[in-house]
Design a protein around this ligand. Sequence first.
Ligand code: GLN
Length: 477
Amino acid sequence: MSLLQHSIDSIRTGLLAKKFTAAELALEALAYAQTENPKTNAYLTFSPERAMATALEVDKRIAAGEDPGALAGVPIAIKDVILTKGVRTTCASRLLASYIPPYDATAVTRIERAGGVILGKTNCDEFAMGSSNENSAFGPVRNPVALDRVPGGSSGGSAAAVAQGTAVLALGSDTGGSVRQPASFCGIAGVTPTYGRVSRYGLTAFASSLDHIGPFARSVRDSATLLEVMAGRDEMDATSAFAPVPDYTAALDGNVRGMTLGVPREYFDGLEGETVHLIHQAIEVLKSLGCQIRDIELPHTAYAIATYYVIATAEASSNLARYDGVRYTMRAASETLGDMYRLTRGEGFGAECKRRIMLGTYVLSAGYYDAYYLKAQKVRALIARDFAQAFEQVDAIVAPVSPFPAFKLGEKIDDPVAMYLSDIFTITGSLAGVPCMSVPCGATREGLPVGLQVLARHFDETAMFRVADAYQRASNP
Ligand code: GLN
């Protein structure tokens, strides 16, 4: 059974009215996801035992008259860079093709505690490095909206599963755009929370100062509920924030009258075609809902990509050093210790990871550290200051997510720089650590979805959700 008609609410209502049990829903959802998966390659691993165990627990709670939890019985897919105890977690890398984690990520623990049913693990770019999901060791993911196109990356499998109806919700990870960009390409909602809002415990590290776990859903409301379940301080991650987690959905009444929205000039310079047209239409809708629209400037935007690819590769080169054939990974046949490192890493990592390890090692090396890495950190601070200054004047910022809709498989794979430019509008928010999301804002004449990006102040996900939800209600009543 396709899950496209289901939301968190519809499942809760169905369960409480005894129309179906969580176990029945989980069985049907698993069967459907397994049959449909060959079309997109969105899932890498299914976790039927785990799904059924949680579903039966939910049914037991309902039978006992207890609260079954905010995500009771809701089928969820988890990006395969997020650890699941006893369930294979590959990071879409040959190195970890048979890695079984001994513990759960905090986000996963909190989801299951709230009754969420984990159907399986989703395909992605290797170690979350990419913008098209073509860097997976287990084959690319296809966009369910147009099967000859990419779903975006790196969390392409999670976005595809939700868009395809083989999951109601999914988790992705976003370092420079990997939740928002695939959400926009697949026509669903995708959220990058404030840095520190969701614990990174159990999220495989790519670039630790930029990594976020973020939710995918078809509606803004469902993405807000999922974030609320996961958010909040966790003793296991020292960078997780103590900030209290508001009741996000309580604020979603569709009323945004009087909110001031900033439109950053730099995001529209030279942007042409249907994407910019759809973004302008969305801004008109928000205006008609009573928002004040104001032009703003984020002057350091032009340096974001360069800054990101210095900082992210530097951190990645260090984080990926642990995959050496000693622990976690497969081990290449070798005679000496040096050969073991060399051959395991040489055979195990794909081309994009190797490119980043080399670049990251270079920018951190003696003599270049000040020129590249330290410089990039300074520019990052300027980019964050741009946002802080903008948020003195506006409640939220609206902008495109990607300069273009989903491109064809293979179109950019041989041109890494063109691929890096896919994230030109998402990387700034990641560098600043502000909450940002993609909400669907229509499709091109060819039927390719386009996303509107909404960004807000640190820890003010509520403002971001209010704008995105009001827009979604008005544009798709
Ligand atoms: N596409 C960007 C990259 O390749 C962002 C990836 C991400 O957010 N995980 O690094």
